[in-house]
Design a protein around this ligand. Sequence first.
Ligand SMILES: Cc1ncc(C[n+]2csc(CCOP(=O)(O)OP(=O)(O)O)c2C)c(N)n1
Length: 333
Amino acid sequence: MTTATTKREAGRGVSSDKKWLRIYRQMVSIRLFEEQVNELYTRALMPGLAHLYSGEEAVAVGVCEALRRDDYLTSTHRGHGHCLAKGASADRMFAELLGKEAGYCRGKGGSMHIADPATGNLGANAIVGGSVGIATGAAFSAKRLGTDRVAACFFGEGALGQGSLYEVMNLAQLWKLPVIYVCENNLYNEYTHYSETTAGTILGRAAAFGIEAASVDGQDVRAVYEIASRFVRRARAGEGPAFLECNTYRYSGHHVGDINRDYYRSKQEEQHWKSERDPIKLLADWLIAGDYADAPSLERIGSEVRAEMEAAVKFAIAAPYPSVDEVGKHVYA
Ligand SMILES: Cc1ncc(C[n+]2csc(CCOP(=O)(O)OP(=O)(O)O)c2C)c(N)n1
């Protein structure tokens, strides 16, 4: 459905309305979570750096909406959005970012290493391409154990330069593993446009292994959800892996400290994506045009989520650090 359609014309029910409003709320949650992260960084309350996901929300939410809670997910250094979309709670995530005991890894992982097994999240990974083997291994275990769980493997287009990706894609296709490789193409690997690092075509890489592949507008959550649902269905049915390129854009710098970006991308380019291609605004316009919601109800969702995020930050700031005597505990390196 690409044009505005009234509820009656679409013949849709309450559950469909609820789904799109849930999707909207999730995307707003990620955006406002990241706003708070930036705030914590600029107020020097957060140790280290973070890589914000703002602008890319439709990718994580569109894919995760197609997954079940017990499906697997692996994530990247830019992982807050994946984590929230899969069902993690913001208060424990903020606690992790601040190094607090209440965090998902008892404060020992930080922004780039949040894992939440209860929601199938096998973890973020600071190594570019570092989680492709983990996701493919999870898919292998699902197949061997006879469960119908699927693994979603998120990575940036920078990971296309990692050889391990092609080792696992080869095996996944040979063994028909239930894994979806989700390439988040936000155009830049750190400070370099991907066209300077990536020969050939992106989908050509999947084609080399005979893997079902598609490219989608990563700012359009409905499009991402639709194609992700198809790929998840076929993976669950034993038809093997798929590769999804999502064309998207990160609004902020590579990390929170990357303030002056003029030398690798223009302000006009950033402005264009923010004003013309914003995934939350695109969904909001569609919701309003299709009579799913009106502007005040969407604003209300925004205010509720903002209050939730502020409360989650307060919780994390007030939470205790782990005690000194557990410094060597849960450390496996
Ligand atoms: C193996 C490895 N090489 C280099 C780095 C340093 N590094 C961190 S993020 C990044 C670029 C990642 O770009 P991309 O995969 O497109 O993800 P994005 O940051 O755009 O989300 C690099 C080179 C790293 N973390 N791991």
